[in-house]
Design a binder for this molecule. Structure first.
Ligand code: ZN
Ligand code: ZN
Ligand code: FE
Length: 711
């Protein structure tokens, strides 16, 4: 019977979904089919890769294929149906189908691979020092894509006609550039508009250089020249917030930072994100790039242009997006006055995309900003057909679509403050739907009445989701769970069902529902939302609540005005950090959100194990004020404050008795808080749930909103 089945000729149709386009998937199918003596074809479709195989050994095909997948391909789902044999003679790679549907993941942009790097540096190679070489395992993807399926004609490479040699590589299934859509060489491909050496020279002279990279223009500066960094901060309107660095190699990063093996892997990965690394003490580099923070954001070169540039320059470079505050990353040109020297090229960027940010916590690489190399993120396995678009929050905006049983989370779109940012958001939301061939039947929005994203959705069918419920749902989704869980949701602010500003919440819930089981005693945001930028106002509010007079930098006039302004109540944890930062004299007015918390984390004594007592802030801050007047060092006070927050988490977790505890919200971008909470919860027998692929900050809201709307 067995032998009979084996010897009969069968035909199967398979549909492979996931990251199967633009990563050398079809040539692999071709090779595997031929090695098994199978006939048939493979072609790209909007649903993924469609394969038909015919022969004696069809059942061997799928396992063999999955074993041989190229590094950058991921098959999320492989389904098959049996067809009648057709008697085909050969196996071929067919033209793409333009069908409906979507299950093909849009492939993110990939960093230059080892093979291409070797060619780039090989004087005998025809692509020696060619700044735009790529192959099926690397190069631009999402940033040059106009529509699906992913074919050269639907990318910004369409205007470059391949020369004979490139075309031959492109057509040859045995070549590593077979159907590499952006394939190019010095004879036929894109070119830089100026000599690379001139840019290197400009940098060495202390000039600010704008470089058109993969997802947009970067602004580069030499951090060994303090004046260059100062000027870069000036033109960007960013006096002290951290700036990322590009370094030549992990070894160079190790001269300034601790780099463990997972962090090194992340640095070297095809996503090539900015990795947050602990600094090795204070150096002039860390003072200039990240004066507030205990970490440096480091990335490695991820395009041939970067590789050539970094090799010539040899030292770390500040590399930050070449935009002014609140504007999206520029893709076509940069505003006047930003740079002294511009290095441009003629391969258009179809959509801007920022660098991703990750860190390694609890032995895993975790995403803090989902962008280049990771986005769009396909999350399959949500078995509903809602066909919706979730539009996220206001800061660190992102959108998520839901169709065909999966979610697609789009890249980080920034804060929706400036006009350009808002129009960029609208465009990108519509575009993600178009790429996914999704016509959303309804939108999912936050309850906040004033979010731009919510107002944009007005007049269309909408579901509203509470901000902190969305955080909890995003963490559950990220952990593949949906069961009643205790969520510790700590962030800056989001409107809650009682119409106060939430942000220090203990929720018990799943995707369907939640209830608030513990929170901080609400305190006034003195003078409204503006208090977010003035930690001193929170310090004043808390000390007034405690009936204590503390000297804070206010003029009598300012105090009088503050008393007249409307002050909504909040239970925010982020603002508690602000208040302490102000009381310790670290930060009275913040340049950016979270500055106070970052400074507090930075000064906290790593060896202090004492914690303040009590389950609420009035008790903790009473002890804090005693410590301050008793002359206790800020390093100890900050450490005791962090430790206290962790003990409150443990206390509430014990009182709820649920096995799993989800940690979500922007406050968990504080390494000390997250790592200590994680360890303490594990030690107490709980299973802490941390974010992995979806950011814990507001960047994850859209995914959480979509998950809730699908429940
Ligand atoms: Zn390559
Ligand atoms: Zn060529
Ligand atoms: Fe939030």
């Amino acid at each position: 019977m067995d032998r009979l089945a084996h010897s009969s000729i069968e035909r199967l149709r398979l549909l492979a979904q996931g990251r199967v386009q633009g990563v050398g998937f079809r040539p692999t199918v071709y090779r595997v089919a031929r090695s098994l003596g199978l006939t048939g074809w493979v072609r790209n479709s909007c649903q993924g890769a469609l394969i038909e195989i015919e022969g004696h050994r069809t059942t061997d095909f799928a396992p063999r294929l999955l074993e041989c997948l190229p590094e950058q391909a991921h098959v999320e789902q492989l389904t098959s149906i049996v067809l009648p044999p057709r008697g085909e003679r050969s196996f071929r790679i067919g033209p793409s189908l333009e069908d409906g549907g979507s299950g093909a993941q849009i492939t993110p942009d990939l960093a230059t691979c080892k093979d291409c790097l070797k060619e780039l540096l090989d004087p005998s190679d025809r692509r020696y020092r060619y700044p735009f070489l790529n192959c099926t395992q690397c190069g631009p993807r999402f940033s040059i894509l106009r529509s699906l399926p992913y074919d050269r004609g639907r990318t910004s490479m369409a205007k470059f006609t391949m020369c004979r040699r490139c075309q031959r590589e492109y057509d040859d299934p045995a070549d590593r550039r077979f159907h590499a859509q952006p394939n190019a060489c010095p004879d036929c491909g894109p070119q830089l508009d100026r000599d690379l050496e001139l840019a290197v020279q400009a940098l060495a002279e202390g000039k600010l250089v704008a470089l058109k990279g993969l997802g947009g223009f970067h602004l580069l500066a030499d951090p060994s020249r303090e004046s260059s960094v100062k000027r870069l901060r000036e033109v960007k309107g960013r006096p002290s917030k951290s700036l990322a660095l590009m370094m030549t190699c992990p070894e160079q990063a190790k001269q300034y930072c601790q780099v463990n093996s997972l962090e090194e892997q992340a640095l070297r990965s095809a996503a090539a994100p900015i990795v947050l690394l602990k600094t090795l003490g204070r150096t002039s580099l860390s003072q200039l790039a990240a004066p507030d923070s205990p970490a440096l954001g480091v990335m490695l070169p991820y395009t041939p242009v970067h590789h050539l540039l970094m090799r010539e320059f040899g030292r770390p470079l500040i590399a930050t997006s070449a935009n002014r505050k609140n504007d999206p990353i520029p893709t076509a040109q940069i505003s006047a006055g930003l740079a002294d020297f511009i290095l441009d090229h003629n391969r258009p960027i179809v959509r801007g995309i920022d660098d991703s940010i990750v860190w390694v916590v609890a032995d895993q690489v975790r995403v803090l900003r989902l962008a280049r190399g990771y986005a769009p993120l396909l999350l399959p396995g949500l078995h509903t057909e809602k066909n919706l678009l979730a539009v996220g929050g206001h800061q660190k905006s992102s959108v998520t679509t839901q169709q065909h049983g999966s979610l697609t989370v789009g890249p980080h779109l920034g804060d929706l403050e400036g006009i350009e940012a808002v129009s960029n958001f609208e465009q990108r939301a519509e575009e993600l739907c178009r790429l996914q061939r999704s016509q959303p039947k309804s939108l999912v929005i936050d309850h906040h009445p004033d979010y731009v994203s919510s107002r944009w959705a007005q007049g269309r069918p909408c579901t509203r989701v509470w901000h902190h419920h969305a955080h909890l749902a995003s963490c559950l989704l990220d952990n593949g769970l949906d069961e009643p869980t205790l969520g510790v949701i700590w962030d800056g602010s989001g409107v809650g069902p009682d119409r106060t500003v939430w942000g220090g919440e203990f929720l018990v819930g799943d995707r369907r529902d939640f209830r608030r089981v513990h929170h901080w005693t609400p305190y006034p945001l003195l003078g409204g939302e503006a208090a977010v930028r003035e930690p001193r106002r929170i310090a004043l509010a808390l000390t007034q609540h405690l009936g204590q007079r503390v000297s804070l930098p206010f003029t009598p006039q300012e105090r009088r005005v503050l008393e007249r302004l409307e002050s909504p109540l909040t239970s925010s944890t982020g603002r508690l950090f602000d208040a302490l930062a102000s009381l310790l004299g670290l930060c009275h007015k913040a340049e950016y959100e979270g500055q106070g918390a970052i400074q507090l984390e930075s000064v906290a004594d790593p060896h202090e194990s004492r914690a303040y007592e009590g389950q609420d802030w009035p008790r903790a801050f009473t002890q804090i004020l005693e410590d301050i007047s008793g002359g206790v060092r800020p390093e100890l006070i900050s450490a005791r404050f962090h430790n206290w927050l962790v003990e409150v988490i443990v206390h509430v977790a014990r009182s709820q008795g649920l096995p799993k505890v989800a940690l979500s919200g922007g406050c968990f971008q504080n390494r000390r808080l997250l790592e200590t909470s994680y360890r303490r919860l594990l030690h107490e027998g709980f299973q802490p749930l941390l974010h992995r692929q979806i950011p814990p900050n507001d960047g994850g809201l859209s995914a959480g909103q979509a998950a809730i709307a699908c429940a």
